[in-house]
Design a protein around this ligand. Structure first.
Ligand SMILES: Cc1cc2nc3c(=O)[nH]c(=O)nc-3n(C[C@H](O)[C@H](O)[C@H](O)COP(=O)(O)OP(=O)(O)OC[C@H]3O[C@@H](n4cnc5c(N)ncnc54)[C@H](O)[C@@H]3O)c2cc1C
Length: 383
């Protein structure tokens, strides 16, 4: 079949891979000149089943309302009236009862996805600063640690081996971490990290040269036009997916949830190699080779803008300097991206309700890097 994919982020590239391997004739269109220049550019780089917990909880709603006027809070909701945002939050609240099931489902998908990435990287010989040192979750508040103990029961059901570690074990796992205020942690060695942008660029080259996938720079205005000369269209357009789906009458409840990252160049010897996840601050780290450390986090509900504001970047630098007092933060590159987030935090991997020639693989929110290998394989099999 002649298949057109809209979007060359991680969802589009991995979908193209499985479809091309199944002998389809694949074209990827993207309004940007190069692949993975939007949300798949400089994210937290974690492939993390241990971050599968969905955010749908009254605790998070209460916490967000306390932070509403705090400009440097980990979660920020703009007070500007916006019908799309209001509808999204109503659905978010309605999904609280599905939190456990969705967390379980996400964790299973993530574990599966991690294995698929390893197979792709091995078979295609992809170098993307992959580091298999596991992920260490840290807690400075005993209440949060107790909640993590509960969540761990769900992860265990899904098949993730993650165990509790005390302060001295924490120190052995990541010696550069200042652990005075830490009350405990959880660690697993299944999760890993790697540069999403490098992975997408390398796989794009392989798609073009080995699997004859065609890349075209083009802004897709509506799906009807994209169907001309194609047997089928697969929408992998991240935060652009909702508008495209609207053009054929499908309603995808995807909201752009902004996040920030900093890449610390030459962080020095006193910086972490093990990937960390600070659940309270919603901050993650990933080591990308000797010379780069990525720190990412925060969530902002403020519409479609990627402006880089210093009062949102500063908390990431402060976090790095507090937890790694001797780190070198002289050379920092900030970035902001928009997570394509659904209200129940589950990706949309399905066919259109309105047109049998249209499919979606989108809405992966805060876990697009983690889940894409799985969702791409799934959608290619569905197609
Ligand atoms: C700060 C931050 C940290 C994160 N950390 C992690 C992490 O550690 N682990 C993890 O698993 N996930 C993480 N994520 C989430 C992950 O980065 C995203 O879920 C993922 O990159 C989304 O990929 P995508 O392919 O759906 O979208 P994108 O990468 O945004 O790709 C969509 C593409 O579609 C194109 N497009 C859109 N509309 C059109 C149109 N009309 N016509 C043509 N082209 C179009 C865009 O140009 C873009 O290239 C993080 C996100 C952020 C913001």
């Amino acid at each position: 079949m002649k298949i057109k994919i809209i979007g060359s982020g991680i969802t589009g590239i991995t979908s193209a891979y499985y479809l091309a391997k199944n002998n389809h004739q694949v074209t990827i269109v993207d309004e940007r000149r190069y692949p993975a220049m939007a949300t798949s550019y400089a994210n937290g780089c974690q492939i993390s089943a241990s971050n599968s917990e969905t955010w749908n909880s009254w605790k998070n709603i209460r916490q967000a309302s306390k932070w509403i006027l705090k400009k440097d809070a980990p979660l920020l909701i703009s007070l500007k009236p916006d019908l799309h945002k209001i509808k999204w939050f109503i659905k978010f609240i309605n999904s609280i009862s599905q939190r456990k099931n969705n967390t379980l489902e996400t964790c299973k998908m993530a574990l599966n996805s991690g294995m698929l990435y390893k197979t792709i990287a091995d078979e295609e010989n992809i170098e993307f600063d992959m580091l298999q040192k596991g992920i260490l979750h840290i807690y400075k508040d005993i209440k949060q640690l107790n909640l993590a103990r509960e969540t761990n029961k769900i992860y265990k059901l899904a098949g993730l081996e993650r165990w509790e570690v005390n302060k001295s074990e924490l120190n052995n796992i990541e010696p550069s971490l200042a652990n005075e205020n830490i009350v405990g942690g959880f660690y697993n060695t299944t999760d890993f990290t790697g540069d999403i942008h490098k992975f997408c660029m390398e796989l794009s080259n392989i798609l073009e040269n080995k699997y004859n996938v065609q890349f075209i720079k083009h802004h897709a205005k509506n799906i009807h036009e994209e169907l001309i000369n194609s047997d089928l269209v697969l929408v992998c357009a991240g935060i652009g997916s909702r508008k495209l789906a609207n053009s054929i009458g499908d309603n995808l409840p995807i909201y752009p949830v902004k996040g920030y990252s900093i890449t610390i160049n030459n962080p020095g010897n006193n910086s972490p190699w093990v990937s960390l996840l600070d659940d309270e601050k919603k901050i993650v780290t990933a080591r990308l080779g000797e010379k780069r450390l990525r720190i990412a986090g925060t969530a902002e509900f403020a519409g479609y803008n990627t402006d880089i504001k210093w009062n949102r970047v500063r908390p990431l630098i402060r976090w790095a300097e507090t937890n790694f007092p001797n780190i070198n933060t002289e050379d920092i590159k900030p970035w902001a991206g928009l997570r394509p987030m659904t209200p129940n935090m589950m990706p949309i991997i399905n066919k259109s309700k309105k047109n049998k020639k249209v499919f979606y693989n989108t809405g992966h929110g805060h876990l697009g890097w983690t889940l894409s290998a799985y969702s791409a394989k799934y959608i290619s099999e569905l197609i």
